[in-house]
Ligand binder design. Structure first.
Ligand code: ATP
Length: 513
Protein backbone atom coordinates (compact mmCIF):
# COMPACT_ATOMS: atom_id res chain seq x y z
CA UNK A 1 0.00 0.00 0.00
CA UNK A 2 1.18 3.49 -0.81
CA UNK A 3 2.18 5.64 2.16
CA UNK A 4 0.41 8.83 3.14
CA UNK A 5 2.82 11.12 1.40
CA UNK A 6 2.47 9.27 -1.88
CA UNK A 7 -1.30 9.33 -1.61
CA UNK A 8 -1.24 13.06 -0.96
CA UNK A 9 1.09 13.67 -3.90
CA UNK A 10 -1.29 11.72 -6.08
CA UNK A 11 -4.18 13.89 -4.89
CA UNK A 12 -2.29 17.06 -5.82
CA UNK A 13 -1.21 15.83 -9.24
CA UNK A 14 -4.67 14.46 -10.04
CA UNK A 15 -6.24 17.77 -9.07
CA UNK A 16 -3.99 19.51 -11.56
CA UNK A 17 -4.22 16.95 -14.35
CA UNK A 18 -8.01 17.00 -14.37
CA UNK A 19 -8.48 20.76 -14.18
CA UNK A 20 -9.49 20.96 -10.52
CA UNK A 21 -6.70 23.02 -8.94
CA UNK A 22 -3.73 24.91 -10.34
CA UNK A 23 -1.01 26.74 -8.52
CA UNK A 24 -1.64 30.49 -8.68
CA UNK A 25 0.47 32.36 -11.26
CA UNK A 26 2.17 29.12 -12.18
CA UNK A 27 3.98 30.62 -15.18
CA UNK A 28 5.86 32.80 -12.69
CA UNK A 29 6.63 29.76 -10.51
CA UNK A 30 3.58 30.26 -8.33
CA UNK A 31 2.80 32.15 -5.15
CA UNK A 32 3.16 30.29 -1.91
CA UNK A 33 -0.10 28.90 -0.48
CA UNK A 34 -2.29 30.55 -3.11
CA UNK A 35 -4.23 28.39 -5.55
CA UNK A 36 -6.62 28.75 -8.48
CA UNK A 37 -9.57 26.50 -9.18
CA UNK A 38 -9.79 25.20 -12.74
CA UNK A 39 -12.80 24.37 -14.87
CA UNK A 40 -13.78 21.33 -12.79
CA UNK A 41 -12.63 22.72 -9.47
CA UNK A 42 -14.82 25.79 -9.85
CA UNK A 43 -17.87 23.56 -10.37
CA UNK A 44 -17.09 21.26 -7.46
CA UNK A 45 -16.48 24.24 -5.20
CA UNK A 46 -19.72 25.87 -6.30
CA UNK A 47 -21.63 22.66 -5.63
CA UNK A 48 -20.19 22.31 -2.12
CA UNK A 49 -21.07 25.94 -1.41
CA UNK A 50 -24.59 25.39 -2.70
CA UNK A 51 -25.01 22.21 -0.65
CA UNK A 52 -24.07 24.17 2.47
CA UNK A 53 -26.22 27.19 1.55
CA UNK A 54 -29.34 25.14 0.91
CA UNK A 55 -28.89 23.15 4.12
CA UNK A 56 -28.36 26.29 6.19
CA UNK A 57 -30.39 29.05 4.55
CA UNK A 58 -33.03 27.48 2.33
CA UNK A 59 -34.06 24.74 4.73
CA UNK A 60 -34.15 26.85 7.89
CA UNK A 61 -36.92 29.46 8.13
CA UNK A 62 -34.96 31.38 10.71
CA UNK A 63 -31.61 31.58 8.92
CA UNK A 64 -30.95 34.18 6.22
CA UNK A 65 -27.86 34.82 4.12
CA UNK A 66 -25.87 37.98 3.40
CA UNK A 67 -22.85 38.94 1.33
CA UNK A 68 -20.72 41.52 3.16
CA UNK A 69 -17.67 43.31 1.75
CA UNK A 70 -14.14 42.10 2.30
CA UNK A 71 -13.01 45.57 3.32
CA UNK A 72 -14.38 46.75 6.64
CA UNK A 73 -13.85 49.81 8.80
CA UNK A 74 -10.52 49.28 10.56
CA UNK A 75 -12.04 49.70 14.02
CA UNK A 76 -13.92 46.44 13.37
CA UNK A 77 -10.69 44.55 13.93
CA UNK A 78 -9.89 46.43 17.11
CA UNK A 79 -13.30 45.53 18.48
CA UNK A 80 -13.13 41.92 17.38
CA UNK A 81 -9.80 41.46 19.12
CA UNK A 82 -7.93 40.60 15.94
CA UNK A 83 -5.50 43.53 16.12
CA UNK A 84 -4.36 42.51 19.59
CA UNK A 85 -4.97 38.79 19.73
CA UNK A 86 -5.06 37.22 16.26
CA UNK A 87 -1.56 35.91 16.60
CA UNK A 88 0.15 32.62 16.15
CA UNK A 89 3.22 31.69 18.18
CA UNK A 90 6.13 31.33 15.79
CA UNK A 91 9.53 29.79 16.31
CA UNK A 92 12.56 29.70 14.02
CA UNK A 93 15.13 27.02 13.73
CA UNK A 94 18.54 28.67 13.92
CA UNK A 95 20.27 26.06 11.77
CA UNK A 96 17.78 25.44 8.99
CA UNK A 97 16.39 29.01 9.11
CA UNK A 98 12.93 27.48 8.74
CA UNK A 99 9.97 29.02 10.48
CA UNK A 100 7.30 27.00 12.30
CA UNK A 101 4.20 27.47 14.36
CA UNK A 102 5.29 26.49 17.83
CA UNK A 103 1.87 25.07 18.75
CA UNK A 104 1.79 22.98 15.58
CA UNK A 105 5.20 21.49 16.35
CA UNK A 106 3.85 20.34 19.71
CA UNK A 107 0.58 19.12 18.20
CA UNK A 108 2.46 17.12 15.57
CA UNK A 109 4.47 15.54 18.33
CA UNK A 110 1.21 14.55 20.04
CA UNK A 111 -0.10 13.17 16.75
CA UNK A 112 2.88 10.82 16.69
CA UNK A 113 1.92 9.53 20.13
CA UNK A 114 -1.65 9.10 18.92
CA UNK A 115 -0.39 7.16 15.92
CA UNK A 116 1.28 4.77 18.36
CA UNK A 117 -2.07 4.29 20.09
CA UNK A 118 -3.71 3.53 16.73
CA UNK A 119 -1.01 0.99 16.00
CA UNK A 120 -1.62 -0.80 19.31
CA UNK A 121 -5.36 -0.78 18.68
CA UNK A 122 -4.99 -2.19 15.18
CA UNK A 123 -2.65 -4.89 16.39
CA UNK A 124 -5.05 -5.89 19.16
CA UNK A 125 -8.05 -5.79 16.80
CA UNK A 126 -6.29 -8.31 14.59
CA UNK A 127 -5.35 -10.49 17.53
CA UNK A 128 -8.80 -10.58 19.15
CA UNK A 129 -10.86 -10.63 15.96
CA UNK A 130 -14.61 -10.29 16.41
CA UNK A 131 -14.34 -10.34 20.19
CA UNK A 132 -12.38 -7.05 20.18
CA UNK A 133 -13.88 -4.27 22.29
CA UNK A 134 -12.05 -1.10 21.33
CA UNK A 135 -13.33 1.04 24.17
CA UNK A 136 -12.41 -1.51 26.80
CA UNK A 137 -8.98 -2.02 25.29
CA UNK A 138 -8.31 1.72 25.16
CA UNK A 139 -9.24 2.18 28.80
CA UNK A 140 -7.37 -0.82 30.22
CA UNK A 141 -4.28 -1.55 28.14
CA UNK A 142 -1.43 -0.07 30.20
CA UNK A 143 0.64 0.98 27.22
CA UNK A 144 -2.30 2.76 25.55
CA UNK A 145 -3.38 4.39 28.81
CA UNK A 146 0.20 5.62 29.28
CA UNK A 147 0.36 7.14 25.79
CA UNK A 148 -3.03 8.72 26.26
CA UNK A 149 -2.02 10.33 29.54
CA UNK A 150 1.16 11.63 28.01
CA UNK A 151 -0.68 13.13 25.01
CA UNK A 152 -3.35 14.73 27.18
CA UNK A 153 -0.75 16.12 29.57
CA UNK A 154 1.18 17.79 26.74
CA UNK A 155 -1.94 19.32 25.16
CA UNK A 156 -3.14 20.60 28.51
CA UNK A 157 0.15 22.29 29.25
CA UNK A 158 0.29 23.80 25.75
CA UNK A 159 -3.27 25.10 26.12
CA UNK A 160 -2.46 26.69 29.47
CA UNK A 161 0.75 28.36 28.35
CA UNK A 162 -0.91 29.78 25.25
CA UNK A 163 -3.83 31.03 27.26
CA UNK A 164 -1.48 32.75 29.71
CA UNK A 165 0.69 34.02 26.86
CA UNK A 166 3.56 32.20 28.53
CA UNK A 167 5.67 31.82 25.40
CA UNK A 168 8.77 30.89 27.39
CA UNK A 169 6.94 27.80 28.59
CA UNK A 170 5.96 26.87 25.03
CA UNK A 171 9.64 26.92 24.16
CA UNK A 172 10.47 24.96 27.31
CA UNK A 173 7.89 22.36 26.29
CA UNK A 174 9.44 22.02 22.83
CA UNK A 175 12.84 21.53 24.41
CA UNK A 176 11.64 19.07 27.04
CA UNK A 177 9.92 16.97 24.39
CA UNK A 178 13.13 17.16 22.35
CA UNK A 179 11.20 18.21 19.28
CA UNK A 180 13.46 18.55 16.27
CA UNK A 181 13.03 20.52 13.07
CA UNK A 182 11.14 18.02 10.87
CA UNK A 183 13.30 18.95 7.89
CA UNK A 184 16.80 19.21 9.30
CA UNK A 185 16.56 17.36 12.60
CA UNK A 186 18.12 20.32 14.42
CA UNK A 187 16.95 21.22 17.95
CA UNK A 188 18.52 24.67 17.91
CA UNK A 189 15.45 26.90 18.38
CA UNK A 190 14.90 30.64 18.82
CA UNK A 191 12.50 32.01 21.40
CA UNK A 192 8.79 31.84 20.62
CA UNK A 193 7.27 35.13 19.35
CA UNK A 194 3.75 36.23 18.52
CA UNK A 195 2.96 37.00 14.87
CA UNK A 196 -0.21 38.78 13.71
CA UNK A 197 -1.90 37.00 10.82
CA UNK A 198 -3.81 39.89 9.25
CA UNK A 199 -2.85 41.32 5.87
CA UNK A 200 -2.72 45.11 5.79
CA UNK A 201 -3.59 47.29 2.84
CA UNK A 202 -4.46 50.92 2.15
CA UNK A 203 -7.60 52.68 0.99
CA UNK A 204 -7.39 56.12 -0.58
CA UNK A 205 -5.40 57.85 -3.30
CA UNK A 206 -2.99 60.09 -1.42
CA UNK A 207 -0.41 58.96 1.04
CA UNK A 208 -1.57 61.40 3.74
CA UNK A 209 -5.25 60.56 3.59
CA UNK A 210 -4.91 56.83 3.02
CA UNK A 211 -6.66 54.69 5.58
CA UNK A 212 -4.95 51.56 6.84
CA UNK A 213 -7.21 48.60 6.27
CA UNK A 214 -7.03 44.88 6.77
CA UNK A 215 -8.23 42.17 4.45
CA UNK A 216 -10.79 40.36 6.57
CA UNK A 217 -9.32 37.31 8.35
CA UNK A 218 -12.82 35.84 8.86
CA UNK A 219 -16.23 36.51 7.36
CA UNK A 220 -17.95 36.54 10.77
CA UNK A 221 -17.44 40.24 11.50
CA UNK A 222 -19.42 41.25 8.41
CA UNK A 223 -22.32 39.42 10.02
CA UNK A 224 -21.90 40.99 13.46
CA UNK A 225 -21.81 44.57 12.19
CA UNK A 226 -24.97 43.88 10.19
CA UNK A 227 -26.76 42.12 13.02
CA UNK A 228 -29.32 44.88 13.65
CA UNK A 229 -29.80 45.70 9.96
CA UNK A 230 -30.82 42.13 9.25
CA UNK A 231 -32.78 41.64 12.45
CA UNK A 232 -34.86 44.79 11.88
CA UNK A 233 -35.40 44.57 8.12
CA UNK A 234 -36.03 40.82 8.26
CA UNK A 235 -38.09 41.10 11.47
CA UNK A 236 -36.10 38.19 12.82
CA UNK A 237 -36.91 36.75 16.22
CA UNK A 238 -34.33 35.11 18.45
CA UNK A 239 -33.12 32.44 17.93
CA UNK A 240 -32.14 33.25 14.36
CA UNK A 241 -29.09 32.88 12.16
CA UNK A 242 -27.19 34.86 9.54
CA UNK A 243 -25.08 32.93 7.07
CA UNK A 244 -22.47 34.00 4.59
CA UNK A 245 -19.82 32.56 2.33
CA UNK A 246 -16.80 34.48 1.13
CA UNK A 247 -13.10 35.04 0.97
CA UNK A 248 -10.91 35.45 4.04
CA UNK A 249 -7.17 36.16 4.22
CA UNK A 250 -4.53 35.07 6.70
CA UNK A 251 -0.80 35.50 6.52
CA UNK A 252 -0.23 31.96 7.74
CA UNK A 253 3.24 31.32 9.12
CA UNK A 254 3.56 27.91 7.63
CA UNK A 255 1.29 27.22 4.73
CA UNK A 256 2.02 23.80 3.36
CA UNK A 257 -0.37 20.96 2.73
CA UNK A 258 -1.84 22.25 -0.52
CA UNK A 259 -5.29 23.84 -0.09
CA UNK A 260 -5.54 22.76 3.56
CA UNK A 261 -3.87 25.96 4.73
CA UNK A 262 -3.99 28.83 2.28
CA UNK A 263 -3.32 32.54 2.58
CA UNK A 264 -6.46 33.38 0.62
CA UNK A 265 -9.36 31.02 1.24
CA UNK A 266 -13.10 30.88 1.46
CA UNK A 267 -15.24 30.36 4.53
CA UNK A 268 -18.85 29.35 5.01
CA UNK A 269 -19.97 30.75 8.32
CA UNK A 270 -23.22 30.99 10.21
CA UNK A 271 -23.80 33.04 13.33
CA UNK A 272 -26.78 31.94 15.38
CA UNK A 273 -28.10 34.64 17.72
CA UNK A 274 -29.52 33.23 20.94
CA UNK A 275 -30.76 34.17 24.38
CA UNK A 276 -27.91 34.39 26.94
CA UNK A 277 -27.87 31.27 29.07
CA UNK A 278 -29.01 28.95 26.26
CA UNK A 279 -25.56 28.60 24.68
CA UNK A 280 -24.84 25.12 26.04
CA UNK A 281 -27.91 23.56 24.41
CA UNK A 282 -27.38 25.37 21.11
CA UNK A 283 -23.72 24.38 21.14
CA UNK A 284 -24.70 20.71 21.41
CA UNK A 285 -27.52 21.08 18.88
CA UNK A 286 -25.28 22.68 16.24
CA UNK A 287 -22.51 20.17 16.78
CA UNK A 288 -25.00 17.45 16.02
CA UNK A 289 -26.60 19.24 13.05
CA UNK A 290 -23.31 20.00 11.40
CA UNK A 291 -22.05 16.46 11.84
CA UNK A 292 -25.24 15.20 10.19
CA UNK A 293 -24.61 17.51 7.23
CA UNK A 294 -21.19 15.97 6.77
CA UNK A 295 -22.43 12.42 7.13
CA UNK A 296 -25.19 13.00 4.56
CA UNK A 297 -22.50 13.05 1.87
CA UNK A 298 -21.72 9.41 2.57
CA UNK A 299 -17.97 9.78 2.96
CA UNK A 300 -17.77 7.32 5.87
CA UNK A 301 -18.57 7.87 9.52
CA UNK A 302 -15.15 6.61 10.58
CA UNK A 303 -13.53 9.56 8.78
CA UNK A 304 -14.98 12.13 11.17
CA UNK A 305 -14.48 12.90 14.83
CA UNK A 306 -15.05 15.73 17.27
CA UNK A 307 -12.17 17.40 19.01
CA UNK A 308 -12.99 19.60 21.98
CA UNK A 309 -10.68 22.55 22.41
CA UNK A 310 -8.46 22.90 25.45
CA UNK A 311 -7.11 26.16 24.13
CA UNK A 312 -9.97 28.55 23.47
CA UNK A 313 -9.80 31.44 21.02
CA UNK A 314 -10.04 34.91 22.53
CA UNK A 315 -13.80 35.06 21.93
CA UNK A 316 -15.07 31.62 22.91
CA UNK A 317 -16.50 29.92 26.02
CA UNK A 318 -16.68 26.50 24.37
CA UNK A 319 -15.35 25.23 21.06
CA UNK A 320 -15.11 21.97 19.18
CA UNK A 321 -13.75 21.00 15.80
CA UNK A 322 -15.17 18.50 13.42
CA UNK A 323 -12.03 16.76 12.25
CA UNK A 324 -11.71 14.80 9.05
CA UNK A 325 -9.26 12.10 8.13
CA UNK A 326 -7.19 13.82 5.45
CA UNK A 327 -4.37 11.91 3.72
CA UNK A 328 -2.05 13.36 6.39
CA UNK A 329 -4.27 12.39 9.33
CA UNK A 330 -7.21 13.77 11.31
CA UNK A 331 -7.29 17.58 11.07
CA UNK A 332 -9.78 20.38 11.63
CA UNK A 333 -12.40 20.78 8.93
CA UNK A 334 -15.00 22.86 10.72
CA UNK A 335 -15.22 24.76 13.99
CA UNK A 336 -18.27 25.13 16.23
CA UNK A 337 -17.79 28.00 18.64
CA UNK A 338 -19.82 29.41 21.46
CA UNK A 339 -18.80 33.07 21.09
CA UNK A 340 -20.93 34.48 23.94
CA UNK A 341 -21.66 38.22 23.51
CA UNK A 342 -17.98 38.94 22.96
CA UNK A 343 -18.28 40.37 19.46
CA UNK A 344 -21.56 42.27 19.71
CA UNK A 345 -20.69 43.75 23.12
CA UNK A 346 -17.32 44.93 21.83
CA UNK A 347 -18.84 46.44 18.70
CA UNK A 348 -21.26 48.31 20.98
CA UNK A 349 -18.36 49.60 22.98
CA UNK A 350 -16.20 50.68 20.03
CA UNK A 351 -19.00 52.09 17.86
CA UNK A 352 -21.07 53.66 20.61
CA UNK A 353 -24.18 52.19 18.92
CA UNK A 354 -26.56 49.83 20.67
CA UNK A 355 -26.56 46.31 19.25
CA UNK A 356 -29.37 44.88 21.29
CA UNK A 357 -32.44 42.82 20.68
CA UNK A 358 -35.77 43.56 22.27
CA UNK A 359 -37.17 40.24 23.43
CA UNK A 360 -40.98 40.51 23.48
CA UNK A 361 -41.32 37.38 25.62
CA UNK A 362 -39.00 38.68 28.32
CA UNK A 363 -40.05 42.28 27.73
CA UNK A 364 -36.46 43.50 27.86
CA UNK A 365 -33.49 44.24 25.62
CA UNK A 366 -30.21 42.38 25.70
CA UNK A 367 -27.08 41.70 23.68
CA UNK A 368 -27.63 38.23 22.25
CA UNK A 369 -25.16 35.39 22.62
CA UNK A 370 -23.80 33.80 19.48
CA UNK A 371 -23.20 30.26 18.40
CA UNK A 372 -21.02 30.00 15.32
CA UNK A 373 -20.43 27.27 12.77
CA UNK A 374 -17.43 27.94 10.55
CA UNK A 375 -16.18 25.70 7.80
CA UNK A 376 -13.46 26.27 5.24
CA UNK A 377 -14.79 25.71 1.74
CA UNK A 378 -11.36 24.82 0.40
CA UNK A 379 -10.76 22.39 3.25
CA UNK A 380 -14.10 20.79 2.54
CA UNK A 381 -13.05 20.57 -1.10
CA UNK A 382 -9.85 18.80 -0.07
CA UNK A 383 -11.79 16.41 2.18
CA UNK A 384 -14.19 15.50 -0.62
CA UNK A 385 -11.54 15.28 -3.30
CA UNK A 386 -8.94 13.29 -1.37
CA UNK A 387 -11.51 10.89 0.01
CA UNK A 388 -12.99 10.30 -3.45
CA UNK A 389 -9.76 9.55 -5.28
CA UNK A 390 -9.31 5.80 -5.45
CA UNK A 391 -7.22 3.25 -7.29
CA UNK A 392 -9.21 0.10 -7.93
CA UNK A 393 -7.90 -3.32 -8.85
CA UNK A 394 -10.13 -4.77 -11.52
CA UNK A 395 -10.84 -8.43 -12.22
CA UNK A 396 -8.71 -8.50 -15.37
CA UNK A 397 -5.65 -7.49 -13.31
CA UNK A 398 -5.73 -3.89 -14.44
CA UNK A 399 -6.33 -0.88 -12.24
CA UNK A 400 -8.52 2.11 -12.74
CA UNK A 401 -8.31 5.56 -11.21
CA UNK A 402 -11.74 6.70 -10.18
CA UNK A 403 -12.85 9.88 -8.48
CA UNK A 404 -15.88 8.73 -6.50
CA UNK A 405 -17.25 12.19 -5.76
CA UNK A 406 -20.66 12.26 -4.11
CA UNK A 407 -22.83 12.50 -7.27
CA UNK A 408 -24.55 15.62 -5.95
CA UNK A 409 -21.22 17.46 -5.95
CA UNK A 410 -19.72 16.14 -9.20
CA UNK A 411 -18.85 18.93 -11.70
CA UNK A 412 -20.24 17.02 -14.67
CA UNK A 413 -23.20 14.75 -14.08
CA UNK A 414 -23.07 12.77 -17.32
CA UNK A 415 -20.90 12.34 -20.39
CA UNK A 416 -22.66 11.54 -23.65
CA UNK A 417 -20.60 9.35 -25.94
CA UNK A 418 -21.34 8.30 -29.51
CA UNK A 419 -19.82 4.85 -29.94
CA UNK A 420 -18.39 5.86 -33.32
CA UNK A 421 -17.77 9.19 -35.01
CA UNK A 422 -20.02 8.32 -37.97
CA UNK A 423 -23.32 6.78 -39.10
CA UNK A 424 -25.31 9.61 -37.53
CA UNK A 425 -24.34 8.60 -33.97
CA UNK A 426 -22.72 11.97 -33.09
CA UNK A 427 -25.88 13.80 -34.15
CA UNK A 428 -28.09 11.68 -31.89
CA UNK A 429 -25.64 12.08 -28.99
CA UNK A 430 -25.54 15.85 -29.53
CA UNK A 431 -29.32 15.96 -29.45
CA UNK A 432 -29.27 14.19 -26.09
CA UNK A 433 -26.74 16.73 -24.81
CA UNK A 434 -29.01 19.56 -25.94
CA UNK A 435 -31.90 18.01 -24.10
CA UNK A 436 -30.04 17.24 -20.83
CA UNK A 437 -28.09 20.49 -20.54
CA UNK A 438 -31.16 22.34 -19.30
CA UNK A 439 -31.07 20.22 -16.15
CA UNK A 440 -27.45 19.18 -15.61
CA UNK A 441 -23.87 19.90 -16.55
CA UNK A 442 -23.22 17.34 -19.28
CA UNK A 443 -20.21 16.74 -21.49
CA UNK A 444 -19.90 15.41 -25.02
CA UNK A 445 -16.91 13.23 -25.86
CA UNK A 446 -16.26 11.43 -29.16
CA UNK A 447 -12.47 11.06 -29.05
CA UNK A 448 -10.73 7.66 -28.58
CA UNK A 449 -12.17 4.20 -28.00
CA UNK A 450 -15.17 4.10 -25.71
CA UNK A 451 -13.24 2.22 -22.98
CA UNK A 452 -10.68 5.04 -22.80
CA UNK A 453 -13.47 7.57 -22.64
CA UNK A 454 -15.05 5.69 -19.70
CA UNK A 455 -11.72 5.77 -17.85
CA UNK A 456 -11.33 9.47 -18.52
CA UNK A 457 -14.77 10.19 -17.09
CA UNK A 458 -14.08 7.90 -14.09
CA UNK A 459 -10.96 9.89 -13.30
CA UNK A 460 -12.88 13.10 -13.75
CA UNK A 461 -15.58 12.03 -11.28
CA UNK A 462 -18.50 11.96 -13.74
CA UNK A 463 -21.17 9.68 -12.24
CA UNK A 464 -22.75 8.58 -15.55
CA UNK A 465 -21.70 7.81 -19.11
CA UNK A 466 -24.41 7.47 -21.71
CA UNK A 467 -23.43 5.70 -24.92
CA UNK A 468 -25.25 6.06 -28.21
CA UNK A 469 -24.71 3.13 -30.61
CA UNK A 470 -26.27 1.60 -33.71
CA UNK A 471 -29.08 0.03 -31.74
CA UNK A 472 -30.05 3.54 -30.61
CA UNK A 473 -30.89 4.35 -34.23
CA UNK A 474 -33.27 1.40 -34.34
CA UNK A 475 -35.05 1.48 -30.99
CA UNK A 476 -34.04 4.72 -29.22
CA UNK A 477 -32.26 2.90 -26.40
CA UNK A 478 -28.85 3.81 -25.00
CA UNK A 479 -26.53 2.27 -22.42
CA UNK A 480 -26.06 4.12 -19.20
CA UNK A 481 -22.93 3.23 -17.23
CA UNK A 482 -22.57 3.88 -13.52
CA UNK A 483 -19.16 5.21 -12.44
CA UNK A 484 -18.88 3.43 -9.09
CA UNK A 485 -20.11 -0.05 -10.04
CA UNK A 486 -19.25 0.12 -13.75
CA UNK A 487 -22.60 -1.56 -14.34
CA UNK A 488 -24.32 -0.83 -17.63
CA UNK A 489 -28.05 -0.72 -18.25
CA UNK A 490 -29.88 -0.52 -21.54
CA UNK A 491 -32.65 2.06 -21.21
CA UNK A 492 -34.86 4.15 -23.41
CA UNK A 493 -33.41 7.59 -24.14
CA UNK A 494 -36.43 9.19 -22.54
CA UNK A 495 -35.55 7.58 -19.18
CA UNK A 496 -32.02 8.97 -18.99
CA UNK A 497 -32.97 12.28 -17.44
CA UNK A 498 -34.95 10.62 -14.65
CA UNK A 499 -32.19 8.14 -13.82
CA UNK A 500 -29.59 10.89 -13.53
CA UNK A 501 -31.89 13.22 -11.60
CA UNK A 502 -32.59 10.59 -8.96
CA UNK A 503 -28.90 10.21 -8.17
CA UNK A 504 -27.77 13.82 -8.37
CA UNK A 505 -30.71 15.87 -7.09
CA UNK A 506 -29.60 18.01 -4.16
CA UNK A 507 -33.00 17.55 -2.57
CA UNK A 508 -32.52 13.78 -2.25
CA UNK A 509 -29.15 14.22 -0.56
CA UNK A 510 -30.32 17.01 1.73
CA UNK A 511 -33.17 14.83 2.95
CA UNK A 512 -30.59 12.55 4.59
CA UNK A 513 -29.52 15.25 7.03
P1 ATP B 1 -6.33 26.22 12.16
O1 ATP B 1 -6.25 25.84 13.61
O2 ATP B 1 -6.27 25.05 11.22
O3 ATP B 1 -5.44 27.36 11.77
P2 ATP B 1 -8.48 27.88 12.91
O4 ATP B 1 -8.90 27.22 14.18
O5 ATP B 1 -7.66 29.11 12.96
O6 ATP B 1 -7.79 26.81 11.94
P3 ATP B 1 -11.00 29.08 12.38
O7 ATP B 1 -10.53 30.45 12.66
O8 ATP B 1 -11.88 28.41 13.36
O9 ATP B 1 -9.75 28.14 12.03
O10 ATP B 1 -11.66 29.08 10.93
C1 ATP B 1 -12.76 28.28 10.60
C2 ATP B 1 -12.47 27.36 9.44
O11 ATP B 1 -11.86 28.05 8.36
C3 ATP B 1 -11.51 26.24 9.77
O12 ATP B 1 -12.19 25.15 10.35
C4 ATP B 1 -10.96 25.88 8.41
O13 ATP B 1 -11.81 24.96 7.74
C5 ATP B 1 -10.98 27.19 7.68
N1 ATP B 1 -9.63 27.78 7.62
C6 ATP B 1 -9.02 28.49 8.58
N2 ATP B 1 -7.79 28.89 8.17
C7 ATP B 1 -7.64 28.41 6.91
C8 ATP B 1 -6.59 28.50 5.95
N3 ATP B 1 -5.49 29.16 6.19
N4 ATP B 1 -6.78 27.88 4.75
C9 ATP B 1 -7.92 27.21 4.48
N5 ATP B 1 -8.93 27.10 5.36
C10 ATP B 1 -8.81 27.69 6.56
Amino acid sequence: MANHEDIFKKVISHAKEYGYIFQSSEIYDGLSAVYDYGQNGAELKKNIREYWWQAMVQLNDNIVGIDAAIFMHPTTWKASGHVDAFNDPLIDNKDSKKRYRADVLVEDHVAKIEAKIDKEVNKAAKRFGDAFDKEQFMSTNPRVVGYQEKANGILKRLGKSLENEDLADVKALIEELEIADPLSGSKNWTDVKQFNLMFGTKLGSTAESALDLYLRPETAQGIFVNFLNVQKTGRMKIPFGIAQTGKAFRNEIVARQFIFRMREFEQMEMQYFIKPGTQKEWYEAWKEKRMKWHLSLGMGEANYRFHDHEKLAHYADAAADIEFKFPFGFKELEGIHSRTDFDLANHEKYSGKKLQYFDPEENKSYVPYVLETSIGLDRMFLAVFSNSLQEEELENNTTRTVLKLPAVLAPTKAAILPLLKRDGLPEVAQKLVDDLKWDFNVAYDEKDAVGRRYRRQDANGTPFCVTVDHQTLEDETVTIRHRDTMEQQRVNMSEVKGIIAKEVAMKEWLKRI
